[in-house]
Design a protein around this ligand. Structure first.
Ligand SMILES: [Zn+2]
Ligand SMILES: [Zn+2]
Length: 231
């Protein structure tokens, strides 16, 4: 307790949206945050509840996407960046407390999209993994780090076209053959027939999530949805 008081004194809490003191997200800014219109994760067009359009469904494709905020909206962006660049569990908790789950699925486990080393910040903070822990404890669903990065993909932001991004990300992920070493109980075979929720902070082009889904489905996953703070 005394340490929290000292930390609050040295690093006072200010709202990420308007800089007012007192909390990481003030009431006014929280009220101004709207839930975003949902999109199909395969084509990026609008779709009710984030279900993949039936015309966009494919064998190794995503089944749907839940996005909470619009990344272009300034307050939403400040919240997402606040989580991305700082070890801000409290802000994450505040964002998640209003989060309603509407897919109708009970997910078997969550998988964070593995972070590339150039995105991991100086504190070694992996926002997808941290987000996974918060969501997992909210939904009471276990988090399993079953995916790993395989190669140095170039920054997606440098890729101009959708095709270039897709090419860049191809085979960038693998199902980790030794996840049991880390969690002590999970086996790759446990993916078979499971309903999985992939977690990342932002769904931009969606290439990462689509590629992760492909690997999970090739390993036998039955259903893969994505969850992102913003798109
Ligand atoms: Zn504010
Ligand atoms: Zn679609």
């Amino acid at each position: 307790m005394i340490w929290e008081a000292i930390i609050d004194f040295v690093f006072p809490k200010t709202c990420v949206g308007c800089r007012v003191w007192g909390s990481f997200l003030c009431k006014d800014c929280e009220e101004r945050l709207d839930f975003v219109e949902q999109i199909c994760p395969m084509c990026g067009e609008g779709s009710p509840m984030g279900w993949t359009h039936s015309r966009c469904k494919s064998r190794y494709g995503m089944d749907g996407l839940i996005a909470i905020y619009e990344y272009q909206e300034p307050i939403a962006r400040a919240v997402v960046d606040g989580i991305k660049y700082g070890f801000n569990r409290e802000l994450m908790g505040m964002v998640m407390k209003n989060f309603i789950f509407e897919t109708g699925f009970d997910f078997d486990f969550l998988v964070p999209v593995p972070l590339h080393f150039y995105r991991e910040n100086w504190r070694g903070f992996n926002q997808a993994e941290e987000l996974g822990k918060v969501i997992g404890s909210t939904l009471l669903v276990p988090v399993e780090n079953v995916l790993a990065r395989t190669k140095n993909t170039k920054q997606q932001a440098l890729m101009k076209t959708r095709e270039e991004r897709q090419k860049n990300i191809e085979n960038a992920f693998v199902v980790d053959r030794r996840p049991a070493c880390r969690t002590g109980r999970f086996q790759v075979s446990d993916i078979r027939g499971k309903k999985i929720l992939l977690v990342d902070d932002v769904f931009t082009s969606g290439a990462d999530m689509r590629e992760c889904t492909k690997m999970l489905k090739k390993a036998g996953a039955e259903v893969v949805w994505g969850l992102a703070l913003a798109h």
